[in-house]
Design a protein around this ligand. Structure first.
Ligand SMILES: [Zn+2]
Length: 188
């Protein structure tokens, strides 16, 4: 098991390693190419000389896992003209629900996007109409307009420039590293 700086922390069993990846706390590493894989990606595209039994099937035997940031969000390059994407919206909204402000974890299914002007009523998937939302708030708002829902936005959705996204992604990672260091400390 390697930490976020790819330094070896310690040996763990293969099944523990797989569980950490499944929990979103780590990724499999192909040490030849330096590629990182999430679980489903590893099943399909992982390369290993051996396989190992896990659950009901066989999966490529992992040799290394790299611990991810606590929220499971990695660092991605942000181009000069950031396009609207899952990752970029998450960074713009600093991983917080824009209605209630709760902290959201990066990972499939742990958060949603809300169309402020509901899609069912013609709202577009644009920077100024999409916000990060927890499931509860998204459900509460449903397909209502903001004023009908009685809910408030914590900030106006806008198209960020690269500078804003880069600054926020650094800030978010620093917070996550602090959390991750506490996680890692538990292993010793
Ligand atoms: Zn919320």
């Amino acid at each position: 098991m390697l930490n976020k700086n790819w330094q070896v922390i310690k040996k763990i069993t293969v099944s523990k390693a797989i569980k950490k990846v499944l929990n979103g706390r780590a990724m499999f590493l192909n040490k030849e190419t330096g590629e990182l894989f999430e679980y489903n990606d590893w099943i399909k595209n992982g390369v290993s000389t051996k396989t190992v039994r896990f659950g009901t099937g066989q999966i490529p035997k992992p040799e290394f896992i790299v611990l991810m940031f606590y929220a499971g969000i990695g660092m991605r390059p942000i181009p000069e003209d950031p396009r609207i994407s899952r990752y970029n919206i998450f960074v713009r909204d600093e991983g917080c629900c824009m209605y209630c402000g709760c902290k959201l974890n990066w990972g499939k299914g742990s958060f949603t996007y809300d169309h402020v002007h509901p899609r069912s009523r013609g709202g577009k998937t644009d920077w100024d109409n999409i916000v990060l939302s927890c499931h509860a708030c998204n459900h509460k708002k449903g397909d209502k307009h903001l004023h009908e829902s009685g809910m408030k936005l914590r900030g106006l959705p806008h198209k960020p420039d690269a500078q804003e996204l880069r600054a926020k992604s650094i800030k978010m990672r620093q917070q996550i590293w602090k959390q991750e260091d506490r996680e890692i400390a538990k292993f010793f």
